[in-house]
Write a protein that binds this ligand. Structure first.
Ligand SMILES: Cc1cc2nc3c(=O)[nH]c(=O)nc-3n(C[C@H](O)[C@H](O)[C@H](O)COP(=O)(O)OP(=O)(O)OC[C@H]3O[C@@H](n4cnc5c(N)ncnc54)[C@H](O)[C@@H]3O)c2cc1C
Length: 335
C-alpha cells in the first residue's frame, strides 16, 4: 500500500485547484480522473469578470475571490512554465439603445463605474451600432491547456491515474481510505455534475445545466477582443480561432450534441460579426450548478476526512481556488 495524504476524485477545475493547493502545502496527492473529453472544465470559455448577469451587477465578494483566484493561477502557470491566463477587458456591446441608456445611468454608481470604461472607438468588422463599454478586471483562462499541463505534471510524478473511480471499491477503515494500492488519510470528491452518482454524498441537490460552445474561423480574427452582446460572448484564442458561447439549459444532463444549441449561438454571433464566419467545432458539456448558486464545499457528516467540492456553477474560474483553499484548510491539520 502506498500511503498518501489525499485521494482526489475528478480533475476538472475543482480537483485541479484542490490538488495544487494541497501540493503547495507539501501534502501528497493522488488524482483519479476518467478522462472524459467534454467536461464543463474542458470546454469552458474560461472567462472571468466581477461584473455579471443581465443587470451587470458588481459583486464585491466575487472581486475578493477573483483576486485570490488570479494569484493562484499565476502560481500554477509558474509551476508548469505555461501561459494560460489572459487579463483583458471585455468589450460589452450594447444590444439596444435602451440597454445603453440604462447602463450609462449606472455610471453614477462608483462600484460600477470603477470597473468599467466608456468605449467610443469602434472595432473593425464588429457590429456595434449602439456603442460599447469595456469591463475591466476581466479576462479568460485557456482551461484545456491548464488542465492538460497540470495532468502531465501530476503524471510525471506518478500522482495521476486515468480511470473511472469505483465507489464500491473504496474501503473505509478507521483512519484511512483504501483504494486499489493507495491508503489515504483524506478523500475529496470533485466530480462535477457526475456527483449525482456518488453514494457517499446523496441529496446534495446538484442541478445539471447543459451548455454548448462553438469554435469559429473568422478571417478578421486578429481584430477582435473579448466581446459580449445579448448573452453571447466571443473570445479570440491563440490558434487563430474564436470561441463562441454559450447556451444555458437548466435541469438538463443530456450530453448529446443537438443542432438547436449550434443554431442559438450562431444567430447571436451573427449580431456581432459583420463578415462571414465558419463553424469548425461544436461541443457540449454539463455545468454543476445549485439552487441558490451556492458552492458546496463540505465535510461528510459521518466520515470526518471525506470532503466534496462541487456546484461551481457558471463561475468555476473565480470560485474554484477560493473553495479549494477552504477545503485545504480543513485538511491541513491532518498531515
Ligand atoms: C459551455 C460552458 C461554458 C462555460 N464557461 C465558463 C466561463 O467562461 N467561466 C467560468 O468561470 N465558468 C464557465 N463554465 C462553468 C465551469 O466550466 C464549471 O463551473 C467548472 O468547470 C466545474 O468544474 P468541476 O471540476 O466542478 O467539474 P467538471 O468540469 O465536470 O470536472 C469533473 C471531473 O471529474 C471527473 N469524474 C467525475 N466522476 C468521476 C469518477 N467516478 N471517476 C473519475 N473521474 C470522475 C470528470 O471526468 C471530470 O473530469 C462553463 C461551462 C460550460 C459547460
Amino acid at each position: 500500500m502506498k500511503k498518501i495524504n489525499s485521494l482526489i476524485i475528478g480533475q476538472g477545475i475543482a480537483g485541479t485547484m484542490v490538488a495544487f493547493l494541497l501540493q503547495q502545502k507539501g501534502l501528497s496527492v493522488m488524482v483519479i480522473d476518467a478522462g472524459k473529453k467534454n467536461t464543463a472544465s474542458r470546454i469552458a470559455a474560461g472567462m472571468f469578470s466581477t461584473i455579471s448577469g443581465k443587470r451587470k451587477i458588481f459583486d464585491e465578494n466575487l472581486f475578493e475571490k477573483q483576486k485570490f483566484a488570479l494569484e493562484s493561477y499565476r502560481q500554477l502557470e509558474k509551476l508548469l512554465a505555461k501561459n494560460f491566463l489572459y487579463e483583458e477587458n471585455i468589450h460589452h456591446l450594447f444590444h439596444s439603445g435602451f440597454e445603453k441608456t440604462e447602463t450609462l445611468e449606472r455610471m453614477h454608481d462608483e462600484n460600477f463605474s470603477g470597473q468599467t470604461e466608456l468605449n467610443t472607438s469602434p472595432i473593425e468588422y464588429i457590429k456595434q451600432e449602439h456603442g460599447a463599454i469595456e469591463i475591466k478586471n476581466s479576462g479568460w483562462i485557456d482551461c484545456e491547456l491548464m488542465l492538460n499541463s497540470y495532468r502531465n505534471y501530476l503524471s510525471a510524478s506518478h500522482c495521476f491515474s486515468l480511470a473511472d473511480f469505483k465507489y464500491d471499491e473504496l474501503e473505509i477503515k478507521k483512519e484511512v481510505f483504501c483504494y486499489e494500492n493507495f491508503e489515504a488519510i483524506n478523500i475529496i470528491f470533485c466530480e462535477g455534475y457526475q456527483q449525482l452518482k456518488n453514494p457517499f454524498f446523496e441529496n446534495e441537490n446538484i442541478i445539471p445545466c447543459k451548455g454548448d460552445m462553438l469554435t469559429l474561423k473568422y478571417a478578421n480574427h486578429g481584430n477582435i477582443k473579448i466581446l459580449k452582446r445579448n448573452g453571447c460572448f466571443l473570445i479570440p484564442t491563440n490558434d487563430e480561432t474564436v470561441k463562441a458561447g454559450s447556451t444555458y439549459l437548466w435541469n438538463n444532463d443530456n450530453e448529446q450534441l443537438l443542432p438547436s444549441g449550434r443554431t442559438e449561438i450562431k444567430n447571436k454571433v451573427n449580431d456581432i460579426l459583420s463578415d462571414d464566419f465558419e463553424i469548425i467545432n461544436h461541443q457540449t458539456a454539463i455545468r454543476p450548478t445549485t439552487k441558490n448558486r451556492e458552492v458546496i464545499a463540505k465535510r461528510h457528516s459521518e466520515h470526518k476526512n471525506m470532503f466534496m467540492l462541487n456546484g461551481l456553477g457558471t463561475k468555476g474560474i473565480i470560485q474554484a481556488p477560493y473553495y479549494a483553499k477552504y477545503i485545504s484548510e480543513l485538511l491541513s491539520v491532518l498531515k
